[in-house]
Design a protein. Structure first.
Length: 250
């Protein structure tokens, strides 16, 4: 470990990961942003999904001031965030067939785009979510740590990983185990950075999407903060204009 306090060391590790993402994932981020812009321009809808702590990054781009109004959360009850019991979410990620039920009961359809966040990309739920979404004609962007696919085994019957079923793959560079620090006095590695990095990656994709739409002469459907003057009026106009593509307000 480098010198400095544990806080300094963690921030240095997070900054290092973000720098790697900036240098190594620029093309993939541009491709993901362009894919979402293409979807919006063609009248499609946008969805994001993540299980467990990966859901935090998905939620971060939904109904967000400064974000795209068309991004909807594809939620699996019991698998979002750290609902009680939190261990249930981990179990649900390994259930075969759950993704099919979720997609079948969701508004997602051919021509839409789905962002799936899964750190390991090895469990049945994200693998089947990607497989089945593509079978429906949905474009899939996967955000994962590619290292897991080379150093762990798949938990899906196909032996594949989520990344194998995506149109665009974004690599978070997070090491296996998602813990950046170690100390001789602590028996386990600690200080996970996946949420910091995945959220930053998704926001960079959203920024790319907005700029790409603007470059094409299309006003990006962005939300404004309700805590600034005129924010509610602005958002009301966006909600009305895109009512058929926004599902979280219903």
């Amino acid at each position: 470990m480098s010198d400095g306090t544990p806080a300094d060391q963690f921030l240095d590790a997070a900054i290092g990961l973000l720098r790697r993402v900036r240098e190594e994932e620029a093309e993939s981020i541009a491709a993901a942003g362009t894919l979402l812009a293409d979807t919006v321009a063609a009248g499609g809808r946008l969805f994001a999904f993540g299980a467990g702590h990966s859901s935090l990054a998905a939620q971060d781009v939904v109904y967000r001031a400064g974000g795209l109004a068309l991004m909807n959360l594809l939620a699996v009850p019991g698998a979002v965030g750290v609902e009680i019991p939190a261990t249930l979410g981990s179990a649900l990620e390994r259930v075969d067939g759950l993704a099919s039920a979720v997609l079948d009961t969701s508004p997602i359809r051919a021509g839409d785009a789905l962002v799936i966040i899964s750190l390991s990309g090895r469990n049945a739920l994200p693998v089947e979510m990607a497989m089945n979404a593509r079978a429906l004609g949905v474009k899939v962007i996967g955000l994962t740590s590619v290292a897991y696919a080379s150093e762990t085994g798949s938990r899906h019957v196909s032996g594949t990983y989520m990344r194998d079923h995506c149109d665009v793959v974004l690599d978070s560079k997070i090491s296996i185990g998602d813990a950046e620090l170690t100390l001789d006095t602590i028996p386990a590695p600690f200080a996970p950075a996946s949420t910091v990095v995945t959220s930053a990656i998704l926001q960079s994709v959203m920024a790319t999407t907005a700029a790409t739409l603007a470059d094409r002469g299309i006003e990006p459907p962005l939300l404004r903060s309700g805590n600034v003057d005129g924010g509610h009026e602005w958002n009301g106009r966006v909600f009305k204009e895109y009512a058929d593509r926004i599902f979280y307000q219903r």
